[in-house]
Each structure stands twice: as structure tokens, then as C-alpha cells.
Design a protein around this ligand. Structure first.
Ligand code: COA
Length: 313
């Protein structure tokens, strides 16, 4: 039976929400800690309904049934480019041939996105099946961000003699210096990625934010900052029971000695005591040392992929 790709309309939204729900339930099986909220159609459907009037979308129909859908937000400037971005809750395909369904939906959307001047095409996918992620890689999309999560039990790191304390307003200078070092690290090759820099005087004051500092020999040698539900993370990890790690930095000569591990254990214990239910982090896979570190302790929940369309085409 042929697959028809048609504009996404109001009448498709209930089935689209069901697709998101079924993908989320499948994701929750290996990651039972994910919030219950996104299993509810009453939470998913309004998001789709709100997005529909301003976001061009497509529906994949086979034999009269919706078997896939995608819609995207148009972001005027992301990494300096007009971007079409499809969040993890705004796409789905059934498990029969998801690759083919996504290929055909992107085939249609790519034309729309190109004609509206979008030079970056981005999609976030629930970290479910390799078939779907591979289909996107094969369409020219590279992995740029992983959102991952874990429970709040301690991690089995090697012992470290660093002392950990909470940053206070007297540490704005230290936090700012670490923030700048992190920014430089992320914007330099081979990572070459841009994150919104923080104003640490404001950041440290904001409710729900905490920064842990690691001290060795009277010096601060590392830090880890956490927020309640990082607003830049995937929606499914953006809630008030999620302690989100938003910045981590260890000075060069103290790396590989368990400083980040000690900070992580301390942060997890504090999060446990504060009534959080899970811990999340987002990172770039091109940041290979960091990716290795996080993937030891965290499991991916979403993958964000990006494709760049050259200007001259
Ligand atoms: C990512 C980063 C925070 C890790 O910090 P770290 O203190 O070096 O991390 P740890 O020492 O706890 O663990 C790192 C490695 O050292 C090993 N290690 C841990 N304790 C050790 C010890 N006592 N002795 C020897 N090795 C040890 C770990 O097994 C781990 O091994 P791996 O390289 O195979 O993953 C650090 O590399 C960094 O600051 N990078 C630049 C900034 C950055 O990328 N931040 C993250 C943004 S998402």
C-alpha cells in the first residue's frame, strides 16, 4: 500500500499524539525514571494543537491510517542560521518501516524548509530504535547533542581527596572564570559548538540553581552547576523533579583524577536530599572526553541531529 505524505491538519492531531505517546512509553521501558507526564495524551495533544497554526507539518498516511507525522518550529537564528527544528514530541512514526516513513516525510519537509530559507535542519528523536537514528544519519544528519538521564544513586567513582562545597555569591568571579573556560573549550575545534553564556551573578541567585566547587590544595580545581529542569534541554527532561547538570569544568592538570566523579556524587546526594527524582545532563558527542564521562553514568533519552544546507544551492 502506497504511503501518502499530506499536509498535517487538525484531524490528524489525535493520532499524532497517540504516536508520540507510544514512542514515549517505549522509551520509558528502559528508562522508567522518565516523568509520567508525557505518557498522557492530555499533555501531548495541546502541544501539537498549539504548534500547528504556525508550524508547517506533514502526515504520512497508509491505508487511511496515520503512520507518521512531523512538524517544526522555525527559529530565526540558531548558530547564526535560520533553522527548522523538530522537537522530540513533534515527530513520530510507527515501528513498521520507521526509516521509510521518516525519509518520505523529510523529503517533503526539506523542500518547504529550504523555500522558507532554513539553512539548518534539526530534529530531536527519542533514543529508541537504531533504525530511526540511522535513517536520519543516512539523510545527512549528524549527531550534535545527547540528553541523558540517571537515577540519584551514587556512582562508583575512584576515591578523590578533593573537598566539595557549595558556591555562594562570593564565588561569582570563580564561576565566571570557569564559565569562560568552558565556553572557550566548547567553541574551539573539534567541538566548535555554541552555548548561551550565563551571567553567573544572576545564575547563582536564581532559585533552583546550585554550583558545587571542588577544592584541592587550597585552590578551586573544578565545578558542577545544576538547575531545576534545564530550559534548554529536551522537553521530556524539563521538569521540577529533574536536577539538570548545566555546566561542568575541571582544570587541565586535575583531569582524570576523579574530580568530576566526586562532584557528580556530591550533586547526586544533594539532589536526593532535596527531593529530586532524577538527574539529567546534555552534552555534545564531539566533546569526546565529556561524552565518555557522561555515558559511563547516564543513559541517552534523546538525540538531536543537524544538517547544514550550503548557501549557494
Ligand atoms: C569532562 C570533564 C569534566 C571530566 O572531568 P574529570 O575530573 O577529568 O573526570 P574524572 O577524572 O572523574 O573521570 C574522567 C576519567 O578519569 C578516570 N578516573 C577517574 N578517577 C580516576 C583516578 N582517581 N585516577 C585515574 N583515573 C581516574 C575515569 O575513569 C574517567 O576515565 P575515562 O577517560 O575513560 O572516561 C573534564 O574532562 C573537563 O572539564 N572537560 C572540559 C570541560 C567539559 O567538556 N565539560 C563538560 C561539558 S558537557
Amino acid at each position: 500500500m502506497a504511503l501518502d505524505i499530506v499536509p498535517l491538519r487538525d484531524q490528524h492531531l489525535q493520532d499524532a499524539a497517540l504516536l508520540v505517546q507510544s514512542r514515549y512509553r517505549a522509551l520509558k521501558q528502559p528508562l522508567p525514571l522518565l516523568p509520567a507526564r508525557w505518557e498522557r495524551l492530555s499533555e501531548i495533544a495541546p502541544l501539537l494543537r498549539e504548534m500547528l497554526p504556525t508550524s508547517p507539518g506533514v502526515a504520512a498516511i497508509r491505508d487511511g491510517k496515520l503512520v507518521g507525522f512531523m512538524m517544526a518550529l522555525i527559529i530565526p537564528s540558531f548558530l547564526g542560521q535560520r533553522t527548522a527544528y523538530c522537537p522530540e514530541w513533534a515527530n513520530g512514526a510507527t515501528y513498521v518501516e520507521p526509516g521509510v516513513i521518516y525519509e518520505q516525510m523529510y523529503g517533503r519537509l526539506a523542500v518547504q524548509w529550504a523555500s522558507s530559507g532554513c539553512r539548518l535542519h534539526a530534529v530531536s528523536l527519542m533514543a529508541l530504535d537504531a533504525v530511526t537514528t540511522n535513517a536520519w544519519h543516512w539523510m545527512g544528519f549528524g549527531l550534535v547533542t545527547i540528553d541523558a538521564l540517571r537515577d540519584l544513586s551514587p556512582v562508583d567513582v575512584k576515591p578523590s581527596s578533593v573537598k566539595i562545597r557549595m558556591a555562594n555569591m562570593g564565588d561569582v568571579g570563580t564561576a565566571t572564570t570557569f564559565g569562560e573556560l568552558l565556553q572557550k573549550h566548547l567553541t574551539s575545534p573539534p567541538i566548535s559548538w555554541q552555548n548561551e553564556p550565563h551571567d553567573y551573578a544572576q545564575w547563582l541567585r536564581a532559585p533552583g540553581n546550585v554550583m558545587w566547587l571542588a577544592q584541592a590544595g587550597g585552590k578551586i580545581v573544578g565545578c558542577m552547576g545544576l538547575s531545576t529542569g534545564n530550559p534548554d534541554a529536551s522537553l521530556i527532561l524539563r521538569d521540577d523533579k529533574t536536577a539538570s547538570i548545566v555546566m561542568t569544568f575541571v582544570t587541565d592538570r586535575y583531569r582524570g583524577q576523579g574530580v568530576a566523579g566526586a562532584l557528580l556524587n556530591h550533586a547526586l546526594e544533594a539532589a536526593r536530599n532535596q527531593g529530586y527524582e532524577r538527574c539529567a545532563v546534555d552534552f555534545e558527542p564531539m566533546n569526546t572526553a565529556a561524552a565518555r564521562f557522561w555515558l559511563k553514568w547516564f543513559k541517552p533519552a534523546t538525540y538531536t541531529m543537524l544538517r547544514w544546507i550550503p548557501d549557494k544551492l
